[in-house]
Design a protein around this ligand. Structure first.
Ligand code: TRP
Length: 447
């Protein structure tokens, strides 16, 4: 892969992978899932899964990507030339990318809508019920969401066409620390609201009796979603990692920062939601109604609101480009289509699906499969099934198909870094992760 560009620096790859990981998954989806799955019980399971399965899977994807230097389909073809069927994991990832984008760009559209409303100081002086009603009527509108989704997909495609290292590194490096700073300030504000303690207790105090199969699968799905795992996204990024970079410390840094942002989002959202009387199961409203209300009550709320939604849009962009990069790299490398065309075709495909997903949120929508609105169905299908199965097959590939010596060689950068963890890591990848994911999936299928 010598003729392929790599990330400019160690920090560049961490910033890019963290940019992929940190996004709407942390600030919008994590609170939704925690709220719907019992708060503290979900939280503790989530942390365990990130450490025991998320981190090893991330290392696995980096290994496959860097070793092959290819897109997810080409990667498995290169590493297992005798068994082309492994590349099915890559094809699944390409399909997954479109479904994720459809869901993701819908939510990103609401974020852009919130940016627009912040600019004109729209929320100022509105009472809580009006903010809530307003968000619900946005769901029922046709053109406004489509416009903001279109803008978002256009921006994503624009960055992708400009190329990976230049595009991604530049945007991620400075902005994510600022987002972190704003979240900390919001957390302090939220914790001092009347009734905040109930929210903290809900979010952080584990009630072990609430850990059910549903909590496990949802925590697994959320961990994969938030860390961008199980669909080849980080295989793609791995193919850009330089041979000298340390994969474990990179993955560790990404997992820590991603989890930190998710936890902070919980600390901002739950105390405030409880204080404002928004139920933890409220779903979409948790972020998109609670936060504007919170900003309304803050000194300097106008600026916080504007910067927060702006940064969230950017965080969403650094994630969506990593998803779109999967089909684009596939099309350019496997089907030899130019990068520009590959991006345009993929973006149009994603946009069409996104319009269907967002229109399915109308109150009287006929756009349902198995009783689920298409929007929820795409989300459920990807995080609950495709990504978990993708992750399972990926660790199986490394543990059982790839030679151990090759694994170790790539993992230790050709033996140049001594990796105390390598035996534990190999054990988790070969045995623990596949068994745990299988058990969780089976309990779900049986239901
Ligand atoms: N992890 C991102 C987030 O939390 C979303 C994302 C980017 C993603 N790449 C992905 C989700 C790949 C699943 C798979 O917002």
């Amino acid at each position: 892969m010598s003729n392929k560009e790599s990330f400019g620096s160690k920090f560049g790859i961490i910033a890019a992978a963290a940019g992929s990981a940190i996004g709407l998954g942390n600030i919008y989806r994590f609170p939704c899932e925690a709220g719907a799955n019992g708060g503290g019980a979900f939280f503790i399971v989530y942390l365990a899964i990130v450490l025991l399965m998320g981190l090893p899977l991330m290392v696995s994807e980096f290994i496959i990507g860097r070793r092959s230097g290819k897109n997810p389909v080409g990667a498995f073809k290169t590493l297992a030339p005798d068994r082309k069927s492994w590349s099915g994991i890559g094809y699944m990832g390409v399909v997954c990318a479109f479904l994720i984008l459809a869901f993701y760009c819908t939510v990103a559209g609401w974020t852009i809508d919130a940016v627009g409303k912040s600019i004109i100081n729209y929320y100022h002086g509105l009472d809580n019920a009006t903010i809530q009603r307003d968000f619900n009527s946005l769901m029922n509108e046709s053109w406004q969401p489509i416009l903001s989704e279109g803008i978002f997909i256009f921006l994503t495609a624009f960055i992708i066409i400009k190329g990976v290292t230049k595009g991604i590194e530049k945007y991620s490096k400075i902005l994510m620390p600022i987002l972190l700073g704003i979240l900390i300030i919001l957390g302090v504000k939220s914790l001092t609201l009347p009734g905040a303690a109930d929210g903290v207790e809900f979010f952080l105090k584990p009630d072990f009796s609430k850990i059910t199969g549903k909590v496990l699968i949802n925590a697994l799905g959320q961990a994969f979603f938030s860390l961008s795992l199980g669909m080849g996204c980080l295989i793609t990024y791995g193919s850009y990692i330089a041979k000298k970079d340390n994969l474990t410390s990179t993955a560790f840094a990404v997992c820590i920062s991603d989890t930190l942002i998710a936890v902070l989002a919980g600390i901002v959202i739950f105390p405030a939601a409880f204080s404002f009387g928004i139920r933890p199961e409220a779903g979409n409203e948790l972020a998109f109604v609670t936060l504007p209300i919170l900003f309304n009550q803050m000194t300097g709320g106008y600026f916080f609101c504007l910067f927060f939604f702006l940064l969230l849009t950017i965080a969403a962009l650094t994630s969506s480009i990593s998803v779109l990069e999967v089909p684009v790299l596939f099309l350019t490398e496997e089907l030899k289509i130019s990068r520009k065309k590959a991006t345009i075709y993929s973006a149009i495909g994603a946009f069409v699906l996104c319009v269907i997903a967002s229109e399915s949120l109308h109150d009287d929508t006929p756009l349902k499969i198995f009783g689920l609105r298409i929007f929820d169905a795409f989300d459920e299908l990807t995080s609950t099934f495709l990504m978990t199965i993708g992750g399972l097959l990926t660790v199986l590939f490394l543990g059982w198909k790839m030679k151990k010596a090759d694994f170790m060689d790539e993992y230790t950068n050709g033996g140049t870094v001594s990796m105390g963890l390598r035996k534990i890591m190999y054990f988790i990848i070969k045995f623990l992760a596949p068994i745990a994911i299988t058990v969780i999936l089976i309990t779900q299928f049986i239901k």
